[in-house]
Design a binder for this molecule. Sequence first.
Ligand code: NDP
Length: 249
Amino acid sequence: MVGTDPASRIYVERKARVAERLGFAHRQVDLPPDISQERLLALVAELNRVQKVDGILVQLPLPGDLDGDAVLEAIDPAKDVDCFHPLNTGLLTLGRPRFVPCTAAAIMAILEHWGVGLSGRSATVVGRSPIVGRPVSLLLDRAGATVTVCHSRTPDLEPHVRAADILVLALGRPLAIPGRWVKPGAAVLDVGINRMPDGSLCGDLDYGHAMDRAAYITPVPGGVGPMTIAMLMRNTFLAASARQNVTPG
Ligand code: NDP
């Protein structure tokens, strides 16, 4: 963790709490915001070498001029439990994932839990970031859905949202998608976590009308977020198992 960003601090604390509950040994390394790129890369290299470390997380975003991509690329791909290293991204793209990025994995796990069939269905993903929108669209595509990816240049979101049997919202814009656009019977996964002026959290979906239309819907907070941490722990368990040549049961 570099610097003191309050939101990042909350996320790191949550991850640490779950790790502790599961009995995973964890260590938080707090670094000053003015740390040099060289020092940060040297620290990652050191953690790569420590035999008993199975997973390394660099909390994003990094402050100042630090080059986040270079830091993520420095992580040993076998310890890249966030699945942000280009090698792991490439494996995911080829359909041979070593790890799955945690939020995308969370969405797929929730859909599986709901028992929502994906093959032959229409899925719309709003957002195409490398950590959420892009990987989840790949996974939905692999699962047989016909996937539409929308982004800030999409001129009109409404028809794409209205057509979706599976709707994933990852724009990071509070209440941007009206509930009345949700297709009746759709499964809706609201990834957005937005802080309102009064300090409360909300998602990207305006829930009015959506509750009556959707067959399934995740809340914010308390939906995709906690599942994302669970998937991070799963990746860490997989990393530990692979590094010890143990097949997880
Ligand atoms: P980014 O800012 O990296 O990406 C946002 C994406 O949304 C971009 O692809 C952007 O398009 C698109 N977008 C922005 N505005 C619009 C718009 N008005 N219409 C259509 N598309 C738009 O965000 P992240 O992917 O990192 O995160 C998205 C949200 O999910 C945030 O609220 C974040 O806090 C939350 N989040 C939640 C997690 C969880 O565990 N629940 C985990 C990670 C993130 P373009 O590419 O053209 O710029």
